[in-house]
Design a protein around this ligand. Structure first.
Ligand SMILES: [Fe+2]
Ligand SMILES: [Fe+2]
Length: 225
């Protein structure tokens, strides 16, 4: 129902820059633009950022497996791995709310990830397996640590873009950022001891459930979410 002029006068937010019934535009985007941030720029930044979460989830699978013999390291890497999936899941709907879409081709998605590939730091041999003769936990932990640091920088940038402008994205980014800071602390602790014999406590203990994502988890819609 189209409100009368009298109704519009009474209710200051009953109309704005988007015409009544127009589904080609979104008020949820225009309010961001009105506050000085182009929602399209933010959206593309978010796709890059969750591209990194998604690829890191993949790469951490490989890194975790190559911590063979270090069950404690594997457990903590698994928490970080599953939480990166949670970060992807949390923000993916936001891309669509901002009028975007995930790339159709997963190669495009991986290529635009805003962090480097967190590869196992040893070459693959001719048989397609990893050459593990020179691989050790220290090398894997260094890759993990630097991946977390890239994530902290990324989500800090998103917080800066959205603070006082887009409370919804800011809330998501700040939740993720807090977990990324925890992840860095975990790997600082593990690498310090593994490589240097130094005690640098993270101040945390393992998550209650693997990949609990206490701040960033999406509303769980089934047991696998
Ligand atoms: Fe993450
Ligand atoms: Fe992380």
């Amino acid at each position: 129902m189209v409100p009368t002029d009298a109704m519009s006068d009474d209710k200051p937010h009953s109309a704005g820059s988007v015409s009544h019934g127009d589904t080609s535009e979104r008020v949820g985007m225009e309010v961001i633009r009105e506050r000085g941030l182009e929602p399209e720029d933010l959206r593309e930044k978010l796709i890059d950022a969750i591209g990194a979460e998604f690829t890191t989830y993949y790469y951490y699978t490989n890194l975790r497996m190559h911590l063979a013999g270090h069950e404690d390291y594997k457990e903590i890497t698994e928490d970080a791995r599953l939480e990166d999936r949670a970060h992807f899941e949390l923000v993916a709907p936001r891309v669509y709310e901002l009028g975007g879409a995930l790339p159709n081709d997963i190669r495009d998605f991986a290529d635009r990830a805003s962090c480097p590939d967190a590869e196992v730091p040893t070459p693959m041999d001719d048989e397609g397996g990893f050459n593990t003769t020179s691989l050790d936990a220290e090398g894997v932990l260094e890759v993990l640590l630097e991946a977390e640091r890239c994530a902290i920088r990324t989500w800090s940038e998103v917080c800066d873009m959205t603070r006082d402008v887009d409370p919804r994205t800011y809330d998501m980014a700040s939740r993720i950022l807090q977990e990324e800071i925890e992840h860095e602390a975990w790997f600082v602790e593990l690498l310090s001891m593994e490589r240097d014999g130094e005690i640098n406590p993270a101040g945390h203990f393992v998550r209650g459930e693997p990949g609990d994502a206490p701040l960033s988890t999406n509303r769980r819609f089934n047991d696998s979410a």
